[in-house]
Ligand binder design. Structure first.
Ligand SMILES: Cc1ncc(COP(=O)(O)O)c(C=O)c1O
Length: 381
């Protein structure tokens, strides 16, 4: 598939290389596989998936999904622990409906995914950023914040964080669960990149601790299959699933996405999802190698970043005096773009950072983009 095909949400000129884009290239969108799966589902005798579905998702899909997640996460997940969603963005909004009122406080990592910050801001929530380090959310600092304020929930991106690319260590995961359990606080774990590891597997997904504290783990097909499917899942304890399934939107609408669920059911049952994830990992591994090599050659030596071990991103620290919002204006004139660090801060900080991604472009384009940005940085530093 040609990578030059225009994608609806990507609104950039033909000469521009936007190194900030966090979505897969056209060549990684599995059109033929989805065609085959759809034709398999549509040739079945029963049209049950064209009817209103079960509120938490139809059982045959939840069973397939539970098996798939069990294989990926390496601990047993049952269908009664799953509620099918339209992806993590919608799941987060749904969680806001159930657990927050305008004006409530939520804790996020300082830094966090900028569009989650937008979802919370749309809900008029007061967003408080808790510092993180190379092991993820800093649980000691979290305890201090909790002395002053109890949030409606804590939101974390535990594996291959967007944008920091760090992974919450096992010890921190256990501490976080203990803290939430002791203080009776809901923990919302956005595990959208958990299955995209390029080296060792990360620690268990947070859903592993779902019976030890109030905890919802969110998974999505956006990064492992295709974002246009708008399909994902919530994993939590069966009692909470039953409570959430009583929501008016689920009762009235009959589950969030029964039609697409059945197509993805065929995708998983045919073994194609596992093959596709392996292909994605191969492609991303190769891209990272070229990308990092070119960054090392083209960026000035003062620039700091980590080699990514999963996910989509490289988080780059520039010297403190650089304001990456104005750097971005200059970069655009040179036909290269990125996302400035301040987008990811709940406090408009992190002005000297940029987020780069290797998800969207081929190796050649990534190389060219890095050369353009490197030239510009050399003039600035
Ligand atoms: C941390 C994080 N959460 C959620 C999303 C969006 O997920 P979905 O497509 O499942 O709504 C993204 C996409 O970039 C993300 O990085």
């Amino acid at each position: 598939m040609n990578d030059n095909i225009t994608l609806p949400q990507v609104n950039i000129s033909a000469n521009m290389i936007h190194l900030g884009l966090g979505q897969p290239s056209s060549s990684l969108l599995p059109l033929n596989e989805i065609k085959n799966a759809a034709s398999h589902s549509l040739s079945a005798n029963s049209p049950f998936f064209l009817a209103y579905g079960k509120e938490q998702g139809n059982i045959n899909f939840r069973e397939t999904l539970a098996q798939f997640i069990t294989g990926q996460y390496a601990y047993t997940v049952g269908p009664d622990q799953l509620l099918i969603t339209n992806g993590n963005s919608q799941a987060l909004d749904f969680i806001c409906t159930h657990f927050t009122h305008p004006g409530d406080t939520v804790f996020v990592e300082e830094l966090s995914y900028f569009l989650t910050l937008k979802i919370f801001a749309d809900r008029k929530l007061n967003i408080v950023g808790i510092p993180m380090d190379g092991y993820g959310l800093d649980t000691n600092i979290l305890k201090k914040f909790l002395n002053n304020k109890k949030p409606a929930f804590i939101y974390t991106i535990p594996a291959y964080h967007n944008p920091a690319s760090v992974t919450l260590s096992l010890q921190r995961r256990e501490e976080l669960v203990q803290i939430c359990s002791k203080n009776n606080i809901l923990l919302v774990a956005d595990e959208v990149y958990h299955c995209l590891n390029y080296t060792d597997k990360p620690p268990p997904s947070m859903g592993y601790w779902a019976d030890q504290c109030s905890l919802i783990s969110l998974g999505s097909f956006s990064k492992i299959l295709a974002p246009g499917l708008r399909l994902g899942w919530m994993q939590t304890n069966p009692n909470l699933i039953q409570k959430l399934s009583k929501a008016g939107i689920l009762k009235s609408g009959g589950g969030f996405n029964p039609f697409t669920s059945e197509i993805v059911n065929s995708v998983i049952r045919s073994g194609m999802l596992t093959t596709h994830i392996n292909r994605l990992k191969d492609v991303y591994r190769q891209r990272i190698e070229v990308f990092v090599d070119q960054i090392t050659k083209s960026f000035p030596k003062q620039v700091v970043f980590q080699y990514p071990s999963g996910g989509y991103f490289i988080w780059v620290e520039l010297p403190e005096h650089i304001d990456t919002k104005s750097l971005r204006q200059a970069a655009k004139k040179d036909n290269v773009d990125f996302l400035p660090g301040s987008f990811f801060s709940s406090k408009n900080r992190l002005k000297n950072y940029i987020r780069l991604s290797f998800a969207f472009y081929s190796k050649e384009m990534l190389k060219e983009g890095v050369k353009r940005l490197g030239n510009l940085l050399s003039k600035y530093l």
